[in-house]
Design a binder for this molecule. Structure first.
Ligand SMILES: *Cc1c(COP(=O)(O)O)cnc(C)c1O
Length: 444
């Protein structure tokens, strides 16, 4: 079933990685491998910062204030959070434990937008007491719980409503279309609708109404869905004002979903901005509120900053295919197995394209542990001892590392703005892994 994914290196074009993709010299990659072993993740801090400014530039024509938010779930490494915190951006969080990470890594509660899935009164009380003031609700129960928490803590909350605009989303991962898990319908005819929840917020003194939020999906390659969602939201706001009287919209959060190249051509923040900023500026006119515009990204802000460096440990011919075995598996890149997600992959140093087909396989004893590789990858010249670099792996990868096959977690290294390298997450060693997995529960 994986044969489709095998690369015929005779016709392989040059990989095209994102413009922002950091370059690490071959000698740096080898000396870090020497010092820390393989596999290791390597993050470039300058790229994290560059992605923030790319988003800001994309929306520079917006006539109100535009703010970038970082969805911490994509990569909660403390050094990554710290870099974003020093940029002064907002944080999109879903759990009190994420708030702990942000606060301990230099972020401040006042820059948090708290968007829970569980929406319990106790978690709301916990985050309000820790200083969070902006909360996004997405169910009627959630609203009741927030009101209860606000009353218990006697704290006034800027309350946003997460709507699910039910638009068609052309994306790798869909957060909106056909999926009712997230957000409220505009007019569902039950208390679980944006109109009803808005009415309750306007009638609850401790809940100040702040604005609206939607999140359409991840890796959105056609920005048309944003335009459609904004259009539906505008109609809703104007209709709701006729029914409920005037209310101010102070913030509009258009969610995440900005795509990452992964070696292909995808829309940039500038492309998205060109498509929707005019519409957002008209929305400001039509509703008469110069709202703060927020875009919250996880994947876009982190993916390109990071590479995974592995080493070829074995090669084998089988029929017309050359199998390249590396010392990592889907335990470190889970979505390559789950979603058949393709990263641009390169042998370092590169060599002449192999006359054979190539299969890149991991070290796990599991048939799923075959890395999907695309025509963008450059795997010619692979031999035992060489490094194989997976690019653009900074999002949804190291946060999903797992110890399958008793594999200790690899270290995360980082290059800071001055160009020096430091350890941003220590490797698990096998002794620690053994203890964590229950070794320390055995009677001595
Ligand atoms: C996951 C998530 C994001 C980030 O999505 P990306 O595709 O990584 O940009 C933003 N907002 C919400 C509510 C999310 O759940």
């Amino acid at each position: 079933m994986f044969n489709k994914k095998l690369v015929d290196t005779r016709t392989q074009p040059v990989a095209r990685t994102g413009d922002a993709a950091p370059r690490f010299s071959d000698s740096d990659l080898y000396s870090l491998a020497e010092k820390h072993g393989t596999p290791y993740f390597l993050v470039d801090e300058a790229t994290l910062r560059k992605k923030v400014s790319e988003m800001e530039q994309g929306f520079s024509e917006y006539k109100g204030v535009f703010r970038v938010a970082y969805s911490v779930k994509a990569n909660f490494n403390p050094s990554v959070i710290k870099a974003f915190a020093s940029e002064g951006i907002l944080f999109d969080l879903t759990a009190p434990s994420e708030l702990t990470f942000v606060l301990k890594s230099g972020g401040s509660a006042e820059n948090v937008m708290y968007t829970s899935i569980t929406e319990t009164a106790s978690e709301y009380e916990q985050v309000l007491k820790a200083g969070v003031r902006k909360v996004v609700v997405a169910s009627y129960n959630g609203l009741v719980n927030l009101a209860e928490a606000a009353a218990r803590a006697n704290i006034k909350v800027k309350t946003m409503i997460r709507v699910n605009p039910e638009v068609h989303v052309h994306a790798e991962l869909r957060g909106s279309m056909g999926h009712g898990k997230f957000g409220l319908q505009f007019n569902g005819g039950s208390p679980d609708s944006a109109l009803y929840v808005l009415k309750k917020i306007l009638g609850t003194p401790l809940l100040g109404f702040e604005g609206f939020h939607f999140h359409l999906g991840s890796q959105i390659e056609d920005p048309a869905c944003y335009a459609e969602a904004i259009e539906k939201l505008e109609a809703f706001i104007l209709g709701a004002r006729r029914q409920l009287g005037d209310f101010r919209v102070s913030t509009l959060d258009i969610g995440g979903g900005l795509p990452v190249p992964y070696g292909r051509k995808v829309p940039t923040p500038k492309d998205l901005g060109t498509k929707i900023v005019g519409q957002l500026n008209s929305l400001v006119e039509s509703i008469g509120d110069r709202f703060t515009l927020v875009a919250e990204s996880g994947r876009f802000l982190t993916a390109e900053s990071t590479v995974l460096v592995t080493r070829v440990v074995n090669v084998k011919s089988f029929g017309d295919t050359k199998y390249i075995y590396v010392d990592a598996g889907y335990n470190v890149l889970l979505d390559s197995a789950l979603l058949r997600h393709e990263y641009p992959v390169e042998v370092v140093p590169g060599g002449r394209p192999s006359p054979q087909k190539i299969a890149l396989v991991g070290r796990l004893c599991d048939p799923l542990d075959v890395f999907p590789i695309s025509s963008r990858s450059k795997l010619g010249g692979a031999s035992v001892g060489k490094l194989v670099v997976f690019r653009e792996v900074g999002a949804y990868s190291l946060v999903m590392n797992m110890p399958f096959h008793s594999q200790p977690r690899p270290p995360v290294l980082m290059r800071n703005g001055q160009g020096s390298y430091f350890v941003a997450r220590k490797a698990h060693d096998v002794e620690k892994l053994y203890a964590d997995e229950g070794g320390d529960c055995l009677p001595s």
